[in-house]
Structure formats: C-alpha cells, structure tokens
Design a protein around this ligand. Structure first.
Ligand code: MSP
Length: 646
C-alpha cells in the first residue's frame, strides 16, 4: 500500500509557530504510523510564497519579494528537524517546475472552456486573499480577520466552479471519509446547499505582480489559492512522473479549519476540471489557543516550537500536542499543562514503569529477558496480555482515523495496567523465595514483552524515547521493532536477549521553575467612569450592551476535581470555551448538538483552571425541599449558531 500525506504549504509572511508545528507533527506522526504498517509513504510539506500578503510583508521589510521568501521559507525548512519531523519533500511555489505546471494546468482548463473573462465586484478580504460572500460576514466583518472586507470591482478571469457543484455534493455523500471529522463534512455540505459561485482566479498586474503570470493573458497573475493547491500535484511530478502514478490515488491532506473551503470546495472541483481524481481524505483539525486566548503577535503570546523543544525536549512537545488536542476541536496551550503531562504521563506513568521494570530484570534475571513459563500464567497475566493485544487493535483504528488523543489514551491504559501488575505481583517478594523463581521470571517476561509493544506503538509519537526503549530492551531495528503486523503480536521478544538496566526516559520537571517563562495575559484596564447603578433597574442602553447569542454545544467534558462544573465547547459562530455549573444535572454526552442561549460578551473568568468565555443561560428551579435544579435555556427549531438574541 502507498500513502501520500501532506501539510498545507505555509505562508511565508510569518515565522513557524505552534499552529504550524501541530499540523506538521500530526502529519509526521501519521506518516511514521503508516510506515509502521508497512506502507510506502511520501510525506510533503513546504511554503506558499506568492500573493498580496507576501508582497506586502516583503515591502514592509524593505527587501525584494524573492529575497524575503527565500529567507522565511528556509526558516520553515529548518523548523522541522528539531521536531523530529522528517518530510520526504519540501515544496516551494516559487520553484520553476511548480510555476510551469500551474501554467500548463491553467492553459488546459482554459482551452476546455472552464475559465472565462468577466467583470466582477465583490467583498474582498485581504487577510483571506479571497472574496467573501455576504453570508460569511459576521456583523459586516470577516470572521477570521475581524475587519470589514473591501468592495472591489474589476475585470478578471473566472473558473467555472459552480458547474461542478452537483458532482461535488454526490462525491462527498458517496465517500463518508472524504472530509473528516464529520462536523467539517457537514459544514461543507451545508455551504454547498446554496448555489456555488464561480471562482475568481486572477489578479490584474496593475494591482499585484508577485504571482504566476496567466499563460493566456500576461496582464494578470494567478490567484494565490489556485497556484498553491496545485503544489500537492507538482510535488509528486504531475502529470507524468512516476511518483504521481504511484502516490496520488492514496493522497491525504491535513489542514486546520481556517482553510477548509479552499481544500473542500476549490480543490476537488479544480481536480475534476483537470480530469484528475479527487484526493482520498481531508483531515481537518481545530485551532490552538494559548492560555485560552487567540494566539497573536499583537498580544505577544505566540508560541515558537523551537523554544519549546529547547525547554522541554522534542518527545514531550510531540506527545503533549497529540494527547492534548482532540482532533477537530480547538485546544489551549499552557506551559502548566505541558509540565503536568510530562510529569504525570511521561516521567511518572511511562518513565518509572520502564526504568523500574528494567532494573528488576537487571537485578533478578541477570539483565537478560527471562523465560516465560506458560503453565504458570494466571488469569491476571492472561487479562493483561489480552488488554495489550486489544490496545494494538484499537490503536491502529484510532491512528488511522486521526484520533491521536484516543490512541494515546489506549496506550496509557495499558501502561496503567502494567504499573498495577507490578504492585499486584510484588516481584521483590517473589525474589525472596527461590521456589518462586519461575513465577518471577514469568512476571518479568510479561513486563518486558508488554513494554516492547508499548515502545513499538509509541514510535510514531515519541520517536526518541521509543528508540531508547528499544535499545534498552536489547532489540536492533529488525522486524520486532518496525512492523506492526508482525511485531504488534504477543510473544516476539526472545528469552536470553540482553537488556540495559533502568534507563531514565523523562525527567520530572519543577513546575514553578518551568512556569516562570509563561507569559501572563495583560491585565485589562479598569474604566474609571464605570458607575454602579443602585436602583436595581438597568437602562435599555446597558441592556443593549449585553450580547446574547444562540450557541451550539459541540463538546462537553467534566472538569477534574469539580462536581459542579462542565467545560463546554460551543459554536457561536466561532468556537469558544464556556464553563457551566451544570454537571449535577446533565451528562456531557447528552449536551452535544444542543442549541442554548449564551451571554457572549461577558469578561473571561477562570474557574478551576479553565477560562470561561461567556455564560450559558439556565433556569433555576427550587423544589419544595429547597433543592435547586438548573435547566438549560434551549432554542426550539433550527437557528444558525451565533444568531443574536434580542
Ligand atoms: N498558504 C495557505 C495554505 C495553502 S495550502 C495549499 C495558508 N498558510 S498558513 O501559513 O496560514 O497556514 C495555515 C495552516 O497553519 C492551518 O490550516 C493550520 O494547519 C496551521 N495553523 C496556523 N495557525 C494555527 C493555530 N492557531 N492552530 C492550529 N493550526 C493552525 O493558509
């Protein structure tokens, strides 16, 4: 089997940050996983270097665009090795082969009549580099850039995207895995329920010269998205290179929700027009915030992956982002959460288990994998072995479905069982009595073999620690370490293999020291003219300031150490976290999909370590015994999330 997996090609108007790193780590992890499954894998990343944004960034730096893009593209290229990200190919849209192929494709689509010249006026967002529809605006602003788009009228070339609308709807309906997670597939289908407009694919050179000239009209350059999406083909030698033949039918793209529309709508229709089959799967993830706040240069909270690696080590960073984010939903980065994961999951659960087990094999079995005495296996052993085999099965499905956090939960369940296995079997007690020698050896074999499998499945996520585990277990890189089919089975480790006693995988971190560098959000200034109204009545002007909205609950979970609080992720229409004191009245799973009313412009407040951005309205009912019950205010009928309540 082959796998072709790509990241977006990143704009070179900013340096790599945590968001770019996440997508790239996910893609690297998936490509390592597919290799573990025996696939022939091609992993591509790169940089998107044309367009207005880039031309402006270069001008702001006072250098020529080419000089500027060379510099930032290189910064991206150099950002990946420290993260143990190993792409097979790094593509740049300023490569001559790419430019050449884009022009050939444009000419072909033009010749077949799918590109026409016309006058257009519309609402253009410079940040998105595309025209927005009225429906996309939130209070007149672009929802991503929070600025009103400009009204622009000009003559341009258009791609007949609307012509392929029905085909695209059918394709999405017939291929449930085409766009996942499902919420994004639904978002695309809902967008496609309205007529699809044609796509403006040119910019006049009077306005922009930094782009690929249209082959049929040199007074225009190509719209950056039409140019950029084609990278996925040029990087593998489209149309007649051997790698194109070999990899395209297994292509999978990883992106975040910000660029869903170009990937789910522009790109498949472009491919259809070119006569090339659509990509196989599109994986869409959510956004990383920092300390529950949007990551932005102006706030000064941008997280740089290189700095994280220096401070915490590459495996910790990779593990943290994959474990912390539920693929598809937003997540929040904090160095406190990262240190917690390092200390509890990596240093304590995994690290201690490993060094303890290998120290015992060192002390009680002469640093050699001991014999397993089948006749001495009891129910606890068999249960554990079943759990390990079950974990491999679940892990495989979860990794394949991009549910990385769930895959890791499965592995850590086994790590927990192994820690308990040691406590239950007390090898140190068995060691005191020579009659129990065989049982002791059996227990140690079970531990070593389970750890071999744990190391195997962790290879794609924490390659360095997994390699340390493999080496300590006396394995070289033979079949027992590189192939999930053979090595994912129980009983591969050979008695007699020499092991290394107790290496440490992860140090424990000092929480205080490591949180020092954490940036504190700026305190909000108090307005001196805020007066408290004392008559108990609120004027209409004050009431008007209250922003009530309809919100859809898209995720819900209990907050640790609190019986009362639930952490809700709601869409209104942007995603935000709201903490609600309703845990005693609602099961998290029952809340998904509910439309509720929220106060959207409440000052953020931290509750049990989670910052709440708003409040869900609920009715408070008191029964005859004085007991209170909260009932959520829901909306009957279908209303778009984000609609205002007045
Ligand atoms: N150049 C286009 C993509 C063209 S692909 C044919 C582009 N570039 S970008 O530099 O803006 O990168 C966007 C991507 O970076 C997101 O889709 C996501 O993969 C990653 N991220 C950037 N910020 C992010 C977060 N805050 N959180 C998670 N990932 C985000 O769009």
């Amino acid at each position: 089997m082959t796998t072709y997996i790509t990241t977006p090609i990143y704009y070179v108007n900013a340096l790599p940050h945590l968001g770019h790193a996440y997508t790239t780590i996910v893609t690297d992890t998936y490509s390592r996983f597919r290799r573990l499954c025996g696939d022939d894998v091609r992993f591509q990343t790169g940089t998107d270097e044309h367009g207005e944004k880039i031309a402006q960034a270069a001008a702001a730096e006072g250098v020529l665009p080419k000089e500027y893009v060379d510099w930032v593209s290189n910064a991206f290229k150099e950002a990946w090795p420290p993260l143990d990200v190993e792409p097979d190919h790094f593509i740049r849209t300023t490569n001559p082969e790419h430019i050449n192929t884009v022009q050939k494709i444009l000419q072909k689509v033009y010749d077949q009549g799918d590109i026409y010249f016309s006058e257009y006026s519309g609402l253009y967002c410079q940040g998105c580099e595309r025209f927005l529809t009225e429906k996309e605006l939130v209070e007149g602003n672009c929802p991503d850039h929070l600025k009103p788009p400009q009204e622009i009228a000009e003559q341009n070339y258009f791609f007949k995207m609307g012509k392929y609308q029905e085909w695209l709807i059918d394709h999405i309906n017939n291929n449930p895995e085409f766009i996942t997670p499902e919420r994004y597939r639904n978002e695309v289908l809902s967008f496609l329920s309205e007529p699809l407009e044609d796509l403006c694919i040119s910019r006049p050179t009077s306005r922009l010269t930094w782009g690929i000239p249209l082959p049929f009209d040199d007074k225009f350059v190509t719209y950056v998205w039409f140019d950029a999406l084609i990278n996925y083909l040029t990087g593998i030698g489209y149309p007649d290179g051997p790698d194109f033949e070999r990899y395209w039918s297994s292509s999978e793209h990883v992106i975040a929700k910000d660029i869903l529309k170009p990937h789910a709508i522009f790109w498949p229709t472009m491919l259809k027009a070119m006569g090339t089959e659509p990509y196989k799967r599109l994986h869409v993830h959510g956004y990383w915030n920092v300390d529950e706040t949007k990551m932005s240069k102006s706030i000064g909270n941008v997280v740089r992956p290189g700095e994280l690696v220096e401070q915490y080590g590459v495996d910790t960073v990779r593990y943290f982002v994959l474990r912390e984010m539920s693929f598809g939903l937003d997540a929040s980065f904090s160095s406190e959460a990262l240190v917690d994961r390092q200390n509890s999951d990596l240093a304590n659960d995994l690290g201690n288990l490993f060094s303890r087990s290998l120290t015992m094999i060192g002390n009680y079995a002469d640093s050699t994998v001991p014999e397993l005495y089948k006749g001495l296996l009891n129910d606890i052993d068999r249960e554990l072995i079943n759990a390990v085999e079950h974990m491999v099965k679940e892990y495989r499905q979860d990794m394949n479905g991009f549910r990385f956090n769930r895959a890791l939960q499965q592995v850590w369940k086994v790590i927990g069982l192994l820690n308990r296995y040691i406590v239950t079997n007390e090898p140190w007690e068995l060691a005191k009595n020579p009659d129990h020698k065989k049982r002791l050896m059996t227990v140690l074999y079970v531990l070593a073999e389970a750890l071999r499998i744990v190391a195997l499945v962790l290879q794609p996520v924490i390659p360095q620690a997994a390699a340390k585990m493999v080496t300590a277990l006396g394995l070289d890189s033979g079949q027992e370490t590189v192939d999930l089919d053979t090595a994912g089975k129980w009983g591969v480790l050979k008695p007699g293999t020499k092991i290394t006693k107790g290496p440490q995988l992860f140090p424990r971190l000092d929480k205080k020291k490591n949180n020092k560098q954490q940036k504190q959000p700026r305190p909000e200034k108090k307005k001196s003219n805020e007066k408290i109204q004392d008559d108990g009545l609120v004027g209409f002007d004050k009431f008007q300031k209250l922003e009530l909205r309809v919100a859809e609950i898209v995720a819900a979970e209990k907050i640790k150490k609190s019986d009362r609080l639930l952490k809700l992720t709601v869409k209104a229409p942007e995603e935000r976290t709201i903490v609600a004191g309703i845990a005693s009245f609602y099961e998290p799973d029952d809340l998904i999909g509910k439309l509720v009313l929220i106060v959207a412009n409440l000052k953020p407040a931290k509750l049990m370590g989670v910052t709440s951005h708003g409040m869900v309205l609920a009715a408070k009912e008191t029964d005859a015994d004085g007991k209170e019950r909260l009932v959520l205010s829901t909306v009957s009928g279908s209303v778009a999330p984000g609609s205002k309540v007045s």
